[in-house]
Design a protein around this ligand. Structure first.
Ligand code: 8X3
Length: 253
């Protein structure tokens, strides 16, 4: 059987990097994309050194021309696309939120995934056992919370894109999977959200014994994409045990 290819966006850190490691271990040739060349080159080198097939390709998913050029650089078919690039900016109420933050979040989380999905779809359709589009959304894509506004709106966009694409591709050999993680502690998500304010970022996880890790989510992603091709895990919500909803989080302090 020829090696299957998985393209992962936002592979420079967090869930994207963990997913790249995990899919490489599952035998995929992984194509790592992100804006930060040093990060993805280092990860590709690490995986290659470990005997896996990995290449890095610098990519800003919000740049449609760059996305098209990236797609053209790939082989005839792609088996898996993990739309992971995204993130949150700010936690301000709607009344005072920065419209520029909202615009950026929509650009990256929604339009970025749209550009990459559109560009790779012809190759995903040609995958030997059928292609997989996997959208890393969020529990923020399913319910809102105060201060979540712009991020929640963007992640609802990711959720709707996955649901709509699944309807539109029904009958074609491409499945659409959505993974909606809740509280995941990564090096960058909350720090980026709060503009580098480490204290505010730490407060998100304060007293939570075991937030999910990027590896936990990568494990879930790997499970869904390694199901037989006729099995479509439409939507999988994954939270730490200490988080029963966006609102109900058990904190020990
Ligand atoms: C991250 C989950 O609760 O910070 O996607 O919005 S939350």
């Amino acid at each position: 059987m020829s090696t299957r290819t998985a393209v992962i966006t936002g592979a420079s850190s967090g869930i994207g990097a963990a997913t790249a490691r995990r899919l490489a271990a599952e035998g995929y040739r992984v194509v790592l994309t992100a804006r930060r060349e040093d990060r993805i080159e280092a990860l590709a080198a690490e995986l290659t050194e470990a005997g896996h097939e990995a290449v890095a390709h610098v990519l800003d998913v919000t740049d449609p021309a760059a996305v098209t050029a990236f797609a053209d650089s790939l082989g005839d078919s792609v088996d898996v696309l993990v739309n992971n690039a995204g993130g949150a900016l700010g936690a301000d109420p709607v009344a005072t939120a920065d419209a520029a933050d909202w615009r950026t979040m929509y650009e990256v989380n929604v339009l970025g995934a749209l550009h990459v999905t559109q560009a790779l779809l012809p190759r995903l359709r040609r995958a030997t056992d059928g292609g997989t589009v996997l959208m890393v959304s969020s529990t923020a894509g399913l319910a809102t919370y105060e201060g979540g506004g712009g991020y929640v709106a963007a992640k609802h966009g990711s959720h709707v894109m996955a649901e709509t694409l699944r309807l539109e591709l029904c009958g074609e050999p491409v499945r659409v999977i959505e993974i909606a993680p809740g509280m995941v502690r990564t090096d960058e998500f909350a720090v980026n959200r709060f503009g580098g304010d480490k204290d505010k970022a730490d407060a998100v996880y304060a007293g939570v014994a075991e937030p999910l890790t990027a590896d936990d989510v990568a494990d879930t992603i790997a499970w869904t994409v390694t199901r037989p091709p006729h099995v479509n895990i439409d939507l999988l919500v994954v939270r730490p045990r200490a988080q029963a909803s966006n609102y109900k989080v058990h904190r020990t302090s």
